[in-house]
Design a protein around this ligand. Sequence first.
Ligand SMILES: NC(=O)c1ccc[n+]([C@@H]2O[C@H](COP(=O)([O-])OP(=O)(O)OC[C@H]3O[C@@H](n4cnc5c(N)ncnc54)[C@H](O)[C@@H]3O)[C@@H](O)[C@H]2O)c1
Length: 368
Amino acid sequence: MGRKIRIAIVGVGNCASSLLQGIEYYRHAREEERTQPIGLMHYDLGGYIPADIEPVCAFDIDKRKVGRQLADAAFAKPNNTTLIWPNLSCTAVTVQMGPVLDGVSPHMEDYPEDRRFVVAPHPPVDVARALKDSGAEILLNYLPVGSQQAAEHYTHACLEAGVSLVNCMPVFIVSQADWAEKFRLQGIPAVGDDIKSQLGATILHRTLVQLFLDRGVELTRTYQLNTGGNTDFLNMLNRNRLSSKKRSKTEAVQSILPEPLPSEQVHIGPSDYVPWQEDQKVGFLRLEGRIFGNIPIEIEARLAVEDSPNSAGVVIDVIRCCQLARDRKINGPLTSVAAYFMKHPPQQLPDAEARIRVERFIRGEIER
Ligand SMILES: NC(=O)c1ccc[n+]([C@@H]2O[C@H](COP(=O)([O-])OP(=O)(O)OC[C@H]3O[C@@H](n4cnc5c(N)ncnc54)[C@H](O)[C@@H]3O)[C@@H](O)[C@H]2O)c1
């Protein structure tokens, strides 16, 4: 349909695997599924379909991924997400060694190799050069939570190579004024930070909080406890790496409220690593409040969902929005796109409003 959207991937983990598999899955979608595609918010987005997304470059640091074809690395251990589509077409892309920096938490050493990252012995490539050589236009950052230095390193490389950043993880870059300005000055768009899953704990929590507000119910306290058995959850056992993830998830919910809850009345974050859950995430939500006549009310909800396809369903739209912005020569953060698709955008908006703005952005009625 549209022309190809050339992407680079940093971190060929579960999220990248689900995205690549999803692209193939929808490439092979039957004609009748294209008008009513299962699991997509848009099949055609501004003239681009999922199959227009073409990986041209990938970086990782794991010995089971570096030096291999991206089509194989996407299925290598410790990835453990469910299978959507077994044969990937990205056989021409070889995963290159990235700079490790703070990408790997030392506590992972205590776990079996099958479940954790194992650093390859190769020297890192020059990321900016590799990006330029590949012709990539958009880089997806799927680094582990807490990889501040690594995220900044890849961002600098993006700026040097004129490549847009879609920051799927919670190191705050696109939402920070100084970084945003750098993308503006380079004349390229960027979207971030921390992808909001298609139907994950964040959007469910925000929707329930919005329901309280819309119905005149006072929210007095709430929690969201999440467990999972993938490397994302294993990595987050190191509490020192967790602060930005907790902030991103908490602000996503607090921002709905006219007055944020006192910090001791709200607890939101990844809670434990349960290996047998594999890539299944379980989120437990509780909301307490007061209805008419100061009478108490409680809601408990349990969400169980395969974690990584849940993020891929959103990234597939963000990539295409970012490409539309590049086509239209828009620079800097895409605010409405980020407000709808990211947990920690430059500007928080209610989801219903953000959605309307995204549709207007896609139609070209508003700039960002
Ligand atoms: N639904 C979701 O799964 C979801 C939603 C929102 C945000 N996220 C975030 O997306 C990110 C990726 O999630 P994931 O489940 O794919 O994680 P993952 O652990 O499966 O993958 C991370 C990958 O990064 C690689 N890596 C580590 N250091 C690196 C470096 N310096 N350079 C290049 N590669 C490096 C690892 O080897 C691994 O392949 C995480 O930060 C996660 O919190 C995920």
